[in-house]
Design a protein around this ligand. Structure first.
Ligand code: FES
Length: 110
């Protein structure tokens, strides 16, 4: 399975291998995509907001307590996640659809 980063304005896309052992923040760091992580992945700073496709919910771990506290129910339904709190449920060895991650900071380069 692969993970596709899509810039919020859809002007850039990047695809990378996906690893179940890494959260989405770690995937970004592995591919040198700066999505913001002031607290080092503790679920505190909320700086690493990303959006996933709601119809791909089963491809990601369920929202954590930190995410349920931070996001509204509507935002959760729309696929908003904290990258440090979100893990893929499959990895590159499994035949799954491509996971799409929308970066929430359109001013940053992917
Ligand atoms: S890195 Fe701070 S909330 Fe995710």
């Amino acid at each position: 399975m692969s993970l596709k980063w899509i810039k919020s304005d859809s002007s850039e896309q990047r695809t990378m291998d996906c690893y179940r052992s890494l959260n989405i923040l770690a995937h970004a760091q592995l591919d040198e995509i700066d999505i913001g992580s002031l607290c080092g992945g503790q679920g505190i700073c909320k700086g690493d907001r990303v959006q996933t496709r709601p119809e791909q919910r089963s491809l990601f771990s369920p929202p954590t307590a930190a995410e349920l506290k931070y996001f509204s129910e509507d935002e959760i339904k729309k696929g908003w996640r904290l990258a440090c709190q979100c893990w893929p449920t499959s990895d590159e060895s499994e035949d799954q659809p491509e996971m799409e991650i929308f970066h929430s900071f359109p001013s940053q380069r992917l």
